[in-house]
Design a protein around this ligand. Structure first.
Ligand SMILES: [Zn+2]
Length: 343
């Protein structure tokens, strides 16, 4: 079978890519560094001054009521100031580079994006919001099918044994896309950690779900046995990222392994099962694997807006639709089977 080789190659290229990503050409430029440092100290670049940089020498806001003197508020202001300064010089440097005929370079690990109404990556924000909407639609239609269209047990519960697992999946997905939209609109330490943590939680959970559904694990004890070690690992990893070190390289490896593992499980399941909707599984697995290539062949944003990462978020929108349609089919398929057996 060629599929595992493909995934291993993908993993190798992924981790190599992370190593390259850590050193950004843009912010390594000494001129850029000196300019940003000066800007953060004085809050001004020539004639132009940034309102977020209004601090007195001891770091306290110069004017404003008491709540504007609060430490948290001041930290936000400092983040805004730093971000405004960096953005200003990045745009400046990029204009110079363009005039000299050079292509864009990365700054602090990121491509130079043009802001729209202060939103850092508007295209990624829009696609994240669409993914969120798609998950909401998918989950809602799943809910309606389960409780209003399919027959229910006497205790008003659904026959489908994986119902509550998919409900949690829907919630975690929507949570993850919400923080993705927030993170792409404002990239600071806090929003970054929230985005990464929710993505890790979703990936870990969907791996558990992939195992439970494809191996048809139905009794409580076996479910706990599968879930406990994975949940422990995912929790430790999240604590590590949030309170010890946000290690991008290591996190990328963990995420890729969890993603590849569940795609492989679904692929094998699709290969052996007689499930009527297995073609939907194939479609999601193959297209999902191809979409991951977009994260590897990372290219600079076209016109300062659409980069590979944004396109990657775009591809998951139709895939989400197909995915929820598979989940609905599965609920219907399992329910019919159970009722047939009962007769
Ligand atoms: Zn993203």
């Amino acid at each position: 079978m060629m599929l595992p080789h493909f995934w291993i190659a993908l993993l190798v290229v992924f981790s190599w890519n992370v190593g390259v990503l850590n050193a950004s050409a843009g912010d390594a430029d000494p001129r850029y560094r000196v300019c940003v440092k000066g800007c953060e100290e004085t809050g001004c670049v020539g004639e132009r001054c940034f309102p977020h940089c209004k601090f007195s020498s001891n770091g306290v806001s110069v004017d404003g009521p008491w709540y504007m003197q609060e430490p948290l508020y001041l930290r936000w202001k400092q983040w805004d100031c730093q971000s405004d300064c960096r953005y200003h010089f990045m745009i400046d440097r990029e204009k110079e580079r363009e005039a000299l005929g050079y292509g864009p370079v990365k700054y602090h690990g990121k491509w130079p994006f043009k802001r729209v109404y202060g939103i850092q990556e508007p295209v990624s924000v829009v696609f994240s919001a669409l993914n969120l909407a798609m998950h909401f639609h998918g989950w809602l239609s799943f809910f309606i099918l389960l409780y209003y269209k399919l027959p229910l047990k006497e205790n008003k519960k659904a026959y489908y044994e994986f119902a509550s697992l998919w409900h949690i999946y829907g919630l975690l997905s929507m949570n993850s896309w919400f923080w993705s939209a927030v993170f792409h609109s404002r990239d600071v330490d806090l929003t970054e950690k929230l985005d990464y943590s929710s993505a890790v939680a979703l990936l870990g959970y969907s791996l558990i779900l992939a195992i439970l559904r494809s191996f048809n694990v139905r009794d409580e004890a076996s479910r706990v046995m599968v879930t406990a070690p994975l949940l422990a690992f995912v929790t430790t990893h999240m604590l590590f990222l949030n309170f010890y070190k946000l290690d991008y390289g290591w996190n990328m490896i963990v995420c890729v392994i969890m993603a590849v593992a569940q795609l492989l499980i679904w692929a094998i399941f699709a290969g052996v099962t007689r499930h009527p909707s297995r073609w939907k599984l194939w479609l999601v697995v193959v297209a999902g694997g191809l979409a991951m290539l977009l994260e590897i062949y990372d290219f600079p944003p076209y016109q300062g807006f659409v980069d590979a990462h944004a396109l990657w978020h775009a591809t998951t929108i139709p895939l989400t639709y197909i995915w929820w349609s598979f989940i609905r089919d599965d609920a219907e398929f399992r329910t019919t089977n159970l009722l047939k057996k009962a007769k």
